[in-house]
Design a protein around this ligand. Structure first.
Ligand code: PLP
Length: 385
C-alpha cells in the first residue's frame, strides 16, 4: 500500500490506509508511535528520511497529517495540540493588524473567545453574521475583510450554512472561507470540495472518537497556504505529540461506521424529543422542520450525532434534566462513542454570555453516542420526567 492517496479509493478505505504505509523496518501494520524528539544525522545536515526534530516533523504525526489531507480531499494536513491551537495557527498565519473577519452568530464558545479576547488585541476586528443567511454575510464583508469563518452544523444550535453559496461570496470578495468541520467530520461533509479554502477540526471530537485525546487540525488544498501554515506550525510549536497523533489515527479508522451510528441514533432521539410535551424546541438538521434541513441534505451525507433542545420550564428545568440523566454522562466535549449531556449556557458556552452568540438559558446539548438507541431513549425519558 502506497502512503499516497490514490484519489480512486473510497472514504472508508482511505480512513484506514491513507498515510499508513507498513513500517519499512519491521512491517508493523499500524504506524508506530515514534516517541522521539530528535534524529541521528549522517554528517551535519545529512537527514535520513527527512526528520530532524519532532516539533518540525515526526513520523507518527506525518502519517496522521497525510491521512487527514486525504480524508478532507486536501493537499496538506497539519495536526496540532488542540482545536484551538489549530485555529490560533491559522489566524496568526493569515491575519495582520487592521484586518477584519466575519464570524458566525453561533459557534463554539472557545472560538468566539479567541476572536474576542485574543485576536482583537492584535488589532484585528470582527463582526458577527448569521452565516445561514448568504446576504447577511455578503453585507458583513468590508474592504479589509480577510476571512469568513463558518461552523456547520454550528455549536450548540446546529445551524446550517450553505458552504458552496458562501464560497461564492468569499471568492467574489477575494477573501478566504474557513469551515470548522468538527460537528460533521469529513465522512459526512467535505468543505474543500464545496469551495472552502481551509477546514478546521477539533480532532478531540469525532475524529478521535473515544474521549481520550485532545487535538486539532487544519487542512487545505491551497499549496502555497499549506506551506505558510506549516511554516507557522513549526515557528509557533503547538504540534500534536506522537501519542496523541496515534490516538487520533486509531479513531479515524472507524470514523465512517461510528458516524453512521451516531447519525441514526441522533435521528431517533430528535424525533422522540420533538414529540415530547416537556420539550419546547428541538435543533437537529435531520428534522424536516429545521430551517437548514434542505441545505444539510444537499451538503451532508447524514445529519450527525449532535442534538440540542430547549426544555419547557426554563433554565432550572434544563439543568434538572442534565442532573437526572444517568446513561448520558454530564460533561463537556462531544463526539465520543459514549453519550454526553450538558447545559451550554453554564458549561461549554459560558464564555459567550452577554455577546451576540449568547445561547438560550433553557438549552440542553446532547452528544449522542453509539450505544443501543433504546437505552438512550429510556434514559432521556426518565430525565425529562
Ligand atoms: N471547534 C468546535 C466546533 C468545538 O466544539 C471545539 C471544542 O469544543 C473546538 C473547535 C476547539 O477544540 P479543542 O477543544 O480541541 O481546542
Amino acid at each position: 500500500m502506497s502512503d499516497q492517496h490514490s484519489g480512486h479509493q473510497h472514504f472508508e478505505t482511505l480512513a484506514i490506509h491513507a498515510g499508513q504505509a507498513a513500517d519499512a523496518q519491521t512491517g508493523a501494520v499500524v504506524t508506530p508511535i515514534y516517541q522521539v524528539s530528535t534524529y541521528k544525522q549522517d554528517g551535519v545536515g545529512g537527514l535520513r528520511g527527512g526528520y530532524e526534530y519532532s516539533r518540525s516533523a515526526n513520523p507518527t504525526r506525518t502519517a496522521l497529517e497525510q491521512n487527514l489531507a486525504a480524508l478532507e480531499g486536501g493537499s496538506r494536513g497539519l495536526a496540532f495540540a488542540s482545536g484551538l491551537a489549530a485555529e490560533d495557527c491559522l489566524l496568526r498565519t493569515v491575519l495582520a493588524p487592521g484586518d477584519h473577519v466575519v464570524i458566525p452568530d453561533d459557534a463554539y464558545g472557545g472560538t468566539f473567545r479567541l476572536f474576542a479576547k485574543v485576536v482583537e488585541r492584535w488589532g484585528v476586528t470582527w463582526s458577527v453574521a448569521d452565516t445561514s443567511d448568504v446576504q447577511a454575510v455578503r453585507d458583513a464583508v468590508r474592504p479589509e475583510t480577510r476571512l469568513i469563518w463558518v461552523e456547520t452544523p454550528s455549536n450548540p444550535l446546529l445551524g446550517i450554512t450553505d458552504i458552496a453559496a458562501l464560497a461564492g461570496v468569499a471568492r467574489q470578495a477575494g477573501v478566504r472561507l474557513v469551515v470548522d468541520n468538527t460537528f460533521a467530520s469529513p465522512y459526512l461533509q467535505q468543505p474543500l470540495a464545496l469551495g472552502a479554502d481551509v477546514v478546521v477540526h477539533s480532532t478531540t471530537k469525532y475524529m478521535g472518537g473515544h474521549s481520550d485525546v485532545v487535538g486539532g487540525a487544519l487542512i487545505t488544498s491551497d499549496a502555497a497556504l499549506g506551506e505558510e501554515l506549516a511554516y507557522h506550525q513549526n515557528a509557533m510549536g503547538a504540534v500534536a505529540g506522537p501519542m496523541d497523533a496515534w490516538l487520533v489515527m486509531r479513531g479515524v479508522k472507524t470514523l465512517a461506521v461510528r458516524m453512521d451510528r451516531h447519525s441514526a441514533n441522533a435521528g431517533r432521539i430528535a424525533e422522540m424529543l420533538a414529540a415530547h410535551p416537556k420539550v419546547a424546541q428541538v435543533y437537529y438538521p435531520g428534522l424536516p422542520e429545521h430551517p437548514g434541513h434542505e441545505v444539510a441534505a444537499k451538503q451532508m451525507k447524514a445529519f450527525g450525532g449532535m442534538v440540542s433542545f430547549r426544555v419547557a420550564g426554563g433554565e432550572e428545568a434544563a439543568v434538572a434534566v442534565c442532573d437526572r440523566a444517568k446513561l448520558f454522562t454530564l460533561g463537556e466535549s462531544l463526539g465520543g462513542v459514549e453519550s454526553l449531556i450538558e447545559h451550554p449556557g453554564r458549561m461549554t458556552h459560558a464564555s459567550v454570555a452577554g455577546s451576540a452568540l449568547e445561547v438560550p438559558a433553557d438549552l440542553v446539548r446532547l452528544s449522542v453516542g453509539i450505544e443501543a438507541v433504546d437505552d438512550l431513549l429510556a434514559d432521556l425519558s426518565q430525565a425529562l420526567g
